[in-house]
Design a protein. Structure first.
Length: 318
């Protein structure tokens, strides 16, 4: 049974009627209801298709945050063979919000940086809801250094509301850690690909998304601040988050048009949470194509291409 979002209520109502008919049939109280069930299933499918064909930016935000949406660990499990996690920043502690390690992607050795939100209460607490502390970004720098030393491509999976804003994180140099991770990503001499699989929130995202190719899932979001945060600053009213989401240009479609990202990974009708394996495989195909496009490029060529990409964003938006 799916967890329905508020705007999906028409679909929930139809699928609820289907469940009622099946329950009646199981109790022997209905006669030959298969035709009616098939009709309702077709209606539910079409209604879902119509809804997702015209999602507002706020509705896309809700889809990007859906609790059943595939998380970073799902992508690692589905795409990376022989994944070996590497822990710790060699300075303070391990940060479970950012998972890092080495593995093989379709026959090629890769380094992985992945922000994991967690799938239930226990895992969300363990992974701090995907909000990394300074040690997470320092771990990312360590893994990027290792990847460059051995000429291994870096794949980052972005899904965070933002870097952790707690006092301890600030005391340990959160801003400096984010800046160094961003700088390291910009200067890497190996191919880098970032996929925004859910939320790409602020510096917490850009710290591991300064890549040669930045891809977004169709219903992911990527922004300098959350819609709620922007509404609180601009209007001192977090209930205006829907207005903020619309004005901030946070959707994959807007960001592709603005040149901030390089491609969109399509999702199944109704979002990736309705067909996890399908969307994970689609992301894998996009990553494979991006890596193939950078095959044979030298370290200097990769750095130059990445530099031009990000300078072009500034020129376009300036």
């Amino acid at each position: 049974m799916h967890s329905y979002l508020e705007f999906e209520k028409p679909v929930a109502d139809i699928e609820g009627k289907i469940q009622e008919l099946r329950a009646l049939a199981a109790d022997g109280e209905a006669v030959n209801i298969e035709d009616e069930i098939e009709r309702l299933k077709a209606k539910a499918s079409q209604t879902l298709k119509d809804l997702y064909a015209k999602l507002t930016p706020w509705q896309k935000t809700l889809v990007a945050r859906h609790p059943d949406r595939p998380h970073a660990l799902d992508y690692i499990s589905g795409l990376i063979e022989d994944f070996t996690p590497l822990a710790g920043d060699r300075n303070f502690a391990e940060d479970n919000a950012l998972i890092a390690g080495l593995g093989r992607f379709r026959g090629q050795s890769v380094a992985i940086l992945a922000q994991e939100k967690g799938a239930d209460t226990q895992s969300r607490l363990k992974h701090n809801f995907g909000m990394a502390r300074p040690e997470g970004y320092r771990k990312a720098v360590r893994i990027m250094d290792m990847a460059e030393r051995f000429s291994i491509p870096v794949i980052s999976l972005v899904d965070t509301a933002g870097a952790y804003p707690g006092r301890g994180a600030e005391e340990r140099g959160q801003a400096e850690a984010i800046a160094r991770s961003t700088d390291k990503g910009l200067g890497l001499g190996t191919p880098t690909i970032s996929v925004i699989i859910g939320e790409g929130g602020s510096g917490g995202a850009i710290a591991v998304a300064t890549a040669n190719k930045v891809l977004m899932l169709e219903h992911a979001i990527y922004s300098v601040i959350s819609p709620e945060g922007a509404a609180s600053i601009l209007w001192r009213d977090s209930t205006k988050a829907q207005d903020a989401a619309t004005n901030m240009k946070i959707t994959a479609q807007d960001l592709l048009q603005l040149g901030v990202i390089d491609g969109i990974v399509s999702e199944p009708v109704g979002g990736g949470h309705r067909a996890k394996e399908t969307v994970i495989n689609s992301a894998g195909g996009a990553i494979e194509a991006a890596l193939a496009g950078m095959a044979g490029m030298s370290a200097d060529e990769l750095r130059k291409a990445r530099r031009e990409k990000f300078l072009a964003i500034g020129r376009t938006l300036g």
